[in-house]
Design a protein around this ligand. Structure first.
Ligand SMILES: *Cc1c(COP(=O)(O)O)cnc(C)c1O
Length: 341
């Protein structure tokens, strides 16, 4: 029994999800003739109160498409120094859109409205890049699964409006944030011009992300997706997983959060742990004391069939998910408690 905690992307579709896939109706989605893809897109657009939606093979492609549409080459976007769009999308912002990033030195991947205001280049000052977009991430990945205060997001929206900036949400784990903060999709739909959502994280789908926006925006997105090679044919089999997950796997995210909090409490009492970052959702980042290095720790864990991921600076990351079942949780806790340097 391998206990894989490297990410919430490691989940495999359950039998019921597979059955649901097998029974779905499909067509050629490049011609927009796949009824299941259309159903998933309509379902999410409606939930978030957006005019339109588009299915993507990955969250990266959905984010990159949004950035391409919201910017012109030479522009600058504002994001946190921990942002996925900056750190983990292969330099796509410059490769695909010819855009640079103004990085905010935020807290756990989040920033304030004040920091956004201070990061906007004066529009008349043609020496600096033109600021055209603000990207936020909820929950934050490198920030340890932290959730934004919706009021701060609303304040930033006003700033974007006043300064003619587009506003994009990288909502890879928006379901985790909504479950934890008791917020609703419609609230995020009202705030953001565009939203990307992952189905392949906590929701447990094997593949798939969705981008939301106005009809005009999504019409542009279809073209960009095609350019990036993301037009898929009988994608309804994949979209079916999304429909299944939205109907069955949202509320249960709370269980992942509770397990992560339990691990946090246990780690914080162990003598080989220097610091545990506060857990809000399903991501836990902790730092080892200096008398054990993270590679040695990872090896020892691996001998026990436990997989974690290193974050540098003697820090490690744990992500709980649907396939990290109770039995594994009890075993992992025992391993942590019995571990000796
Ligand atoms: C996983 C993730 C994405 C998208 O990643 P893909 O692997 O391309 O689906 C985007 N943003 C954040 C914050 C993520 O964690």
């Amino acid at each position: 029994m391998t206990i894989n905690l490297i990410s919430d992307t490691v989940t495999k579709p359950c039998t019921k999800m597979l059955e649901f896939m097998m029974n779905s109706k499909v067509g050629d989605d490049v011609f927009k003739e796949d009824p299941t893809v259309n159903e998933l897109e309509n379902m999410l657009a409606k939930m978030f109160g957006k005019e339109s939606a588009l299915f993507f093979p990955s969250g990266t492609m959905a984010n990159q498409t949004a950035i391409k549409i919201h910017t012109e080459p030479g522009d600058q976007l504002i994001c946190d120094k921990y942002a996925h769009v900056y750190n983990y999308e292969g330099g796509g912002v410059s490769f695909n859109s010819g855009v640079s990033c103004k990085l905010i030195d935020g807290h756990r991947g989040m920033f304030t409205n004040e920091q956004v205001i201070n990061s906007i280049n004066p529009p008349d000052f043609y020496h600096s890049p033109k600021t055209s977009l603000v990207c936020v991430e909820n929950t934050t990945n490198k920030g340890g699964g932290a959730c934004w205060d919706i009021n701060e997001l609303i304040k930033i929206k006003k700033t974007c409006k006043q300064n003619n900036l587009s506003y994009h949400l990288d909502g890879a784990r928006i379901w985790n944030a909504m479950v934890e903060t008791n917020t609703k999709p419609i609230q995020y739909g009202e705030i953001f011009d565009s939203i990307s959502i992952c189905l392949s994280k906590g929701l447990g789908c094997p593949v798939g992300s969705v981008l939301l926006g106005t009809s005009e925006f999504i019409n542009k997105a279809i073209r960009v997706r095609k350019v990036l090679g993301g037009g898929m044919r009988q994608a309804g089999y994949l979209a079916a997983c999304g429909i299944y997950a939205l109907n069955n796997n949202v509320i249960r995210l709370k269980e992942d959060h509770l397990k992560a909090i339990e691990i946090e409490h246990i780690l914080s009492k162990l003598n080989y742990i220097k610091k545990v970052e506060r857990v809000e959702t399903n991501i836990l980042i902790f730092q080892l004391t200096s008398n054990i290095d993270s590679n040695t720790f990872l090896e020892k864990m691996s001998e026990n069939d436990v997989k974690l991921i290193s974050m540098g600076d003697n820090k490690l990351r744990i992500v709980t998910h649907k396939d990290y079942i109770d039995e594994m949780h009890q075993k992992f806790i025992k391993i942590l408690r019995n571990f000796k340097i």
